[in-house]
Design a protein around this ligand. Structure first.
Ligand code: TYM
Length: 332
C-alpha cells in the first residue's frame, strides 16, 4: 500500500472547507492507502493560541475527523507534538530550504499581512515543517484542498535538494491529491475569498459545530447574483458566488457540477438554496452531533491520539535515524 499523510490545524472551528477540501476525501482514501492523519498543533502556534483553547481545538479536530468517517482502527490519527521527529526533521529542512523559496509563499504574505516585522519566525518557516510532516513518513501522496498546492511544491523542492545535496535517493517526490468538486470552497459572503476559520464574519463560513438551523440560515443568506442559474459549467465563468454554491452542492451529493447545472439551470436561486440547505443539514447534521458526543468523551479521543502517536513514532523513528546518518550526525 502507498502511504498518505495529511493534516488540519487546531486553530479554531473546522469549516465546510476543511471537510470538503480534505476530510471527506480522506474517508474515501483510507481503504486503499496506509493513512496518517495529523492534528497539526505545532503549526497552530505560529500564530497565538490560548493554551486551554488549543487543547480543546485539538480534541475537536480529532473528533471531527472521526465523526466524518475517518476510522481510527484503519488509520493513524494523532497530534503532531506527540511525535518529536516532525520538529527535528523540520530543523534540518530549515537548513535545506532557501530563503528565496520561502519568500514566494503566498500564504505567508496573506497571514503575516502588512506588519510582516511582527509575524513569528515560525510562520515564516511553516512550509518547512509541513514538508517535514510528510517526509518523516516518506509519504507519497497528500490529499489536501487547492490552497495547499504551493506548499506541496515547496515540499518537493526540499526533498529534491536534500537528495541532491547528500547524493542520495532518499525522500520520494510527493504527489498532491486534490479531489472532488469543491477543491477550493469560497466564503459565503464573497466568492473571491477562501472560506476560512479565521474570517471575522461567522456568516462567511459553515462551521462543523453549527447546528442545523444555523447551517440552513447561512445558506439562505449566502450571496448570489441576479442571473438565473447556469445551465452548464461554462455558464459559471465570472460568477464566483454561484459557482461556489453549486460546487458545494455537487461535492456534498457526490454528483458533478454539470449534473447540478442541468437540474437547476434557468431557475432562480430560491429552490436551489432551499435544497442546498436541506442537503447540507442532512450531511453535516449527523457529523456535528457525533462530533459533540465524541468531544464529551475526552478520554476516548485522548486514547486515540496516544495510540496514533505511538504508531506514528514506529514509522518515523527509523526514518529520522537514517536522516541523521545521511547528514553526518554522529551516533555514539
Ligand atoms: P488547514 O488547517 O488550513 O486546512 C486543513 C485542510 O483543509 C483544506 N481547506 C480547504 N479546502 C478547500 N476549500 C477551503 N476553503 C479550505 N480551507 C481549508 C486545506 O487545503 C487542508 O487540506 N498547512 C496545512 C496543514 C498541514 C498539512 C501538513 C497538510 C500541516 N502539515 C502536511 C498536508 C500535509 C493547513 O494549514 O491546513
Amino acid at each position: 500500500k502507498q502511504r498518505i499523510f495529511s493534516g488540519v490545524q487546531p486553530s479554531g472551528n473546522l469549516t465546510l472547507g476543511n471537510y470538503l477540501g480534505a476530510i471527506r476525501n480522506w474517508v474515501g482514501l483510507q481503504k486503499n492507502y496506509e493513512s496518517i492523519f495529523c492534528v497539526v498543533d505545532l503549526h497552530a502556534i505560529t500564530v497565538w493560541q490560548d493554551p486551554e483553547q488549543l487543547r480543546k481545538a485539538t480534541r475537536e479536530v480529532a473528533a471531527g475527523m472521526i465523526a466524518s468517517g475517518v476510522d481510527p482502527k484503519e488509520c493513524i490519527i494523532f497530534n503532531q507534538s506527540q511525535v518529536p521527529a516532525h520538529a527535528e526533521l523540520a530543523w534540518i529542512f530549515n537548513c535545506v530550504a532557501r530563503l528565496g523559496w520561502l519568500n514566494r509563499m503566498t500564504q505567508f504574505k496573506e497571514k503575516a499581512g502588512k506588519n510582516r516585522e511582527r509575524a513569528s519566525s515560525g510562520l515564516y518557516v511553516y512550509p518547512n515543517l509541513m514538508a517535514a510532516d510528510i517526509m518523516i513518513y516518506k509519504a507519497t501522496h497528500v490529499p489536501v484542498g487547492e490552497d495547499q498546492k504551493q506548499h506541496l511544491e515547496l515540499a518537493r523542492d526540499i526533498a529534491q535538494k536534500f537528495n541532491n545535496d547528500y547524493g542520495v535517493d532518499f525522500f520520494p517526490m510527493v504527489e498532491p491529491l486534490i479531489l472532488g468538486e469543491a477543491k477550493r470552497v469560497m466564503s459565503l459572503r464573497d466568492g473571491n475569498s477562501k472560506m476560512s476559520k479565521s474570517d471575522p464574519s461567522d456568516n462567511s463560513r459553515i462551521n462543523m459545530t453549527d447546528d442545523r438551523d444555523t447551517i440552513a440560515k447561512k445558506i439562505r443568506k449566502a450571496k448570489t447574483d441576479s442571473e438565473p442559474m447556469a445551465e452548464t459549467p461554462d455558464g459559471l465563468e465570472g460568477r464566483a458566488e454561484a459557482k461556489n454554491l453549486i460546487s458545494i452542492f455537487a461535492a456534498l451529493s457526490d454528483r458533478s457540477v454539470a449534473d447540478i447545472c442541468t437540474e437547476y439551470g434557468g431557475q432562480g436561486f430560491a429552490q436551489f438554496k432551499s435544497d442546498l440547505a436541506d442537503l447540507s443539514v442532512s450531511v453535516l447534521g449527523p457529523i456535528t452531533e457525533e462530533m459533540k458526543r465524541l468531544c464529551d468523551e475526552k478520554t476516548y479521543i485522548d486514547q486515540v491520539l496516544k495510540e496514533g502517536s505511538e504508531k506514528a513514532r514506529k514509522i518515523s523513528d527509523p526514518i529520522l535515524k537514517d536522516v541523521h546518518k545521511i547528514v553526518g550526525f554522529l551516533q555514539s
